[in-house]
Design a protein around this ligand. Structure first.
Ligand code: CA
Length: 233
């Protein structure tokens, strides 16, 4: 299972070329592929173009804050995020973790320490056997491709079903009312009703069962709505 981790693709957002060089050198020596962006805007474009196994985000950038990108990514994707920031920026550290960053290193950091943190995060998010996270119970959201995979198998979902399942996946275990799910998947399309949600949940369940017949992922809470239950993988 370790060979997978060796080809992990990482995104580095860092405007200091010297720091970036050191980080890239250390990571590439360890077999990682690193795409480097100097600006927030470049990183946003890179994230739209492809998916990454882990993101390393500097906080202070010429065109904004890496914390903003952290929040944007976390709102829709479980990719591990490691924040990089200047020494003693306690507020950044707290904010970063509140916004969903998985770990944090303060500058100056040794390349060896960074590589160790990266490896720990990748292990934690369970690179093997597919780049699906243990924390997400075998689900993998491929934002760029607008796909969701279960145990490495792409689910045959419509655009709406992707949004519906995506909404449930963002907070596993939480009960989502039909109204909330309508909002998430249909926006303000007034033709849709609670029945629309029920119908799509039914289809979604059938599609999940095609990949994993043994388990029930979507739980009905009578009179309240639906939740997504994650199973250990
Ligand atoms: Ca910076």
């Amino acid at each position: 299972t370790t060979p997978r981790a060796a080809v992990a693709k990482l995104l580095l957002l860092e405007d200091d070329p010297a720091i970036a060089r050191t980080v890239i050198y250390a990571l590439e020596r360890d077999g990682f592929t690193v795409q480097h962006c100097l600006l927030l805007g470049d990183a946003r474009r890179a994230l739209k173009a492809r998916s990454f196994d882990l993101l390393m985000l500097d906080v202070g950038l010429p065109d904004g804050s890496g914390l903003d990108l952290c929040r944007e990514v976390r709102a829709q994707h479980p990719t591990p995020i490691l924040m990089l920031s200047a020494r003693n920026e306690e507020i950044d550290r707290v904010l970063g973790l509140e916004l969903g960053a998985d770990d944090y290193v303060s500058k100056p950091f040794s390349p060896r320490e960074l590589v160790a943190r990266v490896k720990a995060l990748l292990r934690r998010s369970a690179m093997a056997p597919a780049p699906a996270s243990r924390a997400t119970g075998g689900f993998e959201v491929d934002l760029a491709g607008q796909r969701i995979l279960l145990h490495g198998v792409p689910l045959a979902l419509t655009r709406r079903e992707v949004r519906l399942l995506g909404a449930l996946l963002r907070s596993p275990g939480r009960i989502h009312s039909r109204e909330q799910l309508l909002e998430a998947a249909w926006g303000d399309d007034s033709d849709s009703t609670d029945r629309t949600v029920d119908t799509h949940i039914k289809t979604l369940r059938a599609k999940l069962r095609q990949v994993d017949p043994a388990r029930e992922y979507i739980v009905t809470h009578r009179g309240m709505g639906y939740s997504l239950e994650l199973h250990p993988i």
